[in-house]
Design a protein around this ligand. Structure first.
Ligand code: MN
Length: 365
């Protein structure tokens, strides 16, 4: 057997050409015209607001903060304004402390938004996803840009980047940056935020990632010296003791299995949540756990919040759990990850699902 050893490294020049070639490939997906227009808008603006959806997740914070770092390196004044507090699991992201939270700093957010000359909206498809922040953003004079990967976006922005097939808004942000020719301006902090969004939305490359060029992007981000392992540990694999115990309780005591429908259902009421001193984010990821059971196709989690029942659905093998959220509860989302809110009792909410499961059996094949 012959062992071929590759000696010597690619020269810097060769490597650079290789990088540029790859970046050009990534650009193709983004419409050149859109990228040019965004670049023009960025060039002509001084005070940019970056904003996202309520209960911001890793993708929402990663995309806004990632762009925040980029804009600052371009010498712009930029502010991330979010509807409410982001989870502690994202506090390690560079720039996290600079985020302006509308629920706690209303006046500051108002002046910042009103003074802005460009507003970039990330990771949501309709103004109502911003809750109480929506009127401020929609009422602002500054032009808006939407960057998102959810289906059927509303047309409230002058410029809309809508790519529902992408793993995450952060992937889209990276592609847009590349298409604008600003890859060189991506520093370690910017890359860290973007990778955090990709890692959280794909659950560390386990869902919605079966296409090779996402791994090209991972490579490009690793080249910026990001600490991937730390992102995974902080954003996905660190939690409070109470939340771990709540999950154990939910799985051992509250998981109902419907074998003929290949479905699992978990419900948690207010009393149970209180028992485990529930805090926002504590049930993050719980809905995915039943899918670890061999043969399980979809999983529904219903949590009784003070104002409504929050429904999350997850599925595998292209079972459209979004159809369940849409048809039964008026919600929506992605094919394999969707949600809804139900105004009524937890019991009613549960019974509606059970009474209608038959209807969705056609998708099980
Ligand atoms: Mn997202």
């Amino acid at each position: 057997m012959v062992h071929i050893q590759i000696s010597g490294k690619l020269s810097w020049e060769m490597r650079r050409n290789f990088v540029n070639l790859q970046i050009q490939e990534m650009e193709k997906i983004i419409e050149k015209r859109l990228a040019k227009e965004l670049l023009k808008k960025l060039d002509s603006s001084e005070r940019v607001v970056l904003t996202c959806h309520v209960r911001p997740d890793g993708d929402a914070i990663g995309s806004t903060l990632g762009l925040w770092h980029l804009l600052r390196s371009m010498g712009k004044e930029a502010t991330v304004v979010v509807p409410d507090k982001a989870p502690q699991s994202l506090a390690f992201l560079p720039g996290f402390k600079e985020i302006a939270v509308y629920t706690s700093h209303k006046e500051f957010c108002e002046t910042t938004v009103e003074k802005s000359d460009l507003i970039i909206c990330c990771d949501f498809n309709t103004p109502s996803r911003q809750d109480a922040l929506a009127p401020l953003i929609q009422g602002a004079a500054a032009p808006k840009v939407l960057i998102d990967h959810h289906t059927e976006p509303d047309s409230f922005a002058e410029l809309t980047f809508s790519y529902p097939r992408m793993s995450s808004t952060c992937e889209l942000v990276f592609r847009i940056i590349a298409a604008m020719g600003l890859y060189e301006k991506v520093d370690k902090d910017c890359a860290t935020c973007i990778l955090a969004g990709i890692i959280t939305d794909t659950r560390n490359f386990t869902v919605n990632v079966n296409y090779p060029d996402l791994y090209d992007i991972l490579m490009r981000l690793l080249e910026k010296d990001v600490d991937k392992d730390r992102i995974i540990k902080e954003a996905l694999n660190t939690r409070s003791l109470n939340s771990l115990k709540l999950e154990a309780y939910a799985l051992s005591q509250k998981m109902e299995i419907f074998p003929e429908h290949k479905c699992a259902l978990i419900t948690l009421d207010q009393e149970e949540l209180k028992k485990f001193s529930y805090e926002k984010g504590d049930t993050e990821g719980l809905v995915n756990r039943p899918l670890e059971v061999r043969g399980m196709i979809y999983s529904i989690f219903m949590r009784e919040d003070p104002d409504c029942v929050k429904i999350s659905g997850r599925s595998c093998r292209d079972f459209p759990v979004s159809e369940i959220c849409k048809k039964l509860y008026g919600g929506g989302g992605h094919i394999q990850a969707a949600g809804a809110e139900f105004h009524g009792s937890l019991m009613e909410c549960r019974n509606i699902l059970i009474a209608n499961m038959d209807e969705f059996d056609k998708y099980l094949k």
